[in-house]
Design a protein around this ligand. Structure first.
Ligand code: GLU
Length: 302
């Protein structure tokens, strides 16, 4: 039986149907997995019911299937994972990394030091020493250090978490688990070796690496691919007016997504031909970085 050292994933949030931008991320992660003879998984990040659209998750899965992109193992749904997230929070809490924060958004905006980025939490509740309280968010106390990693596309990326991000939320005041926490817990549980996703998430990665270190999880390799933009330069998203993929024009949509990733127009006559040619091309152009060796993985404890 082949041993799959590579495990990748596509992790859409079901806030609407897939669009050209999400297809680029799905295709890139699928091609990278195929080019490494690896496993490709789909995880539905349905963590935030108020932002979700009824039926979107099933529509996403059906659309992926139309495009020939199906999960090699059972789809993981984040709404079933609360226990694992709560356990991770409990571990972080016991080790003294969390505190309860009662600041409202308005209060944070008022107290942010002049000149600082508005997104950086000024640490108002840090010294109060409050532990979990109903109705308050939980923040991770970040260490005063630089977290850096080498992205396969973007090169070295570093953040000084305390200065660039501040103590960040791992459980929201409404009780929902934060994306940063869930993504780290699930990437670890699914033994993901390679995260391939849109470059809009590049600056979330140091926070995720910080959490991996605190939870003793192995750090995957990262490849952040260029996002699709609107003519006005905004990232294509539901908010910026993205339209759903046309499921009656699968091949055209795939060729367009491939083009965005730099693939030449192979002039494929079918979906299968496109996926085969694109995988060969990806192997030559993107998959050159060696995957983790079996030895490294053993040393990692996986
Ligand atoms: N669920 C996230 C999104 O749809 C992506 C998470 C990830 O790939 O890490 O933007």
């Amino acid at each position: 039986m082949p041993v799959h050292l590579y495990r990748g994933r596509f992790a859409p949030s079901p806030t609407g149907p897939l669009h050209a931008g999400s297809l680029v991320a799905a295709l890139a992660s699928w091609l990278d997995a195929r080019a490494h003879d690896g496993i490709w998984l789909v995880r539905i990040e349905d963590l935030d019911p108020p932002r979700e659209q009824a039926g979107a998750a099933h529509e996403i899965l059906a659309t992926l299937a139309d495009f020939g992109l199906t999960s090699d193992e059972a789809v993981l749904w984040q709404h079933t994972r609360s226990e694992a997230y709560a356990e991770a929070l409990a571990r972080l809490g016991r080790a003294g990394h969390l505190y309860a924060c009662q600041c409202s958004r308005a209060r944070i905006a008022e107290t942010v030091a002049a000149g600082a980025t508005a997104a950086v939490y000024p640490g108002t509740c840090r010294a109060l020493g409050l532990v979990s309280r109903r109705g308050s968010a939980l923040r991770l106390r970040v260490e005063d250090q630089v977290v850096a990693f080498d992205d396969r596309a973007c090169g070295r990326f570093a953040q000084q978490l305390a200065r660039d991000v501040g103590d960040f939320v791992v459980r929201r005041a409404d009780g929902l688990f934060a994306y940063q926490l869930a993504v780290v817990v699930d990437d670890a549980a699914q033994r993901i070796t390679d995260v391939v996703r849109g470059a809009d998430l590049l600056d979330n990665t140091p926070r995720q690496i910080a959490l991996q270190r605190l939870l003793g999880a192995a750090q995957p390799r990262y490849l952040h691919v260029p996002v699709v933009r609107t003519p006005a330069g905004e990232k294509l998203s539901k908010q910026s007016g993205a339209v759903a993929l046309d499921r009656t024009r699968v091949l055209d949509e795939l060729v367009r997504a491939g083009g965005h990733l730099g693939a030449p127009d192979f002039g494929p006559d079918s979906r299968a031909a496109f996926l085969r040619l694109a995988t060969e091309w990806w192997r030559e152009h993107w998959a050159r970085t060696p995957t983790m060796t079996a030895k490294e993985r053993t040393e990692d404890g996986r």
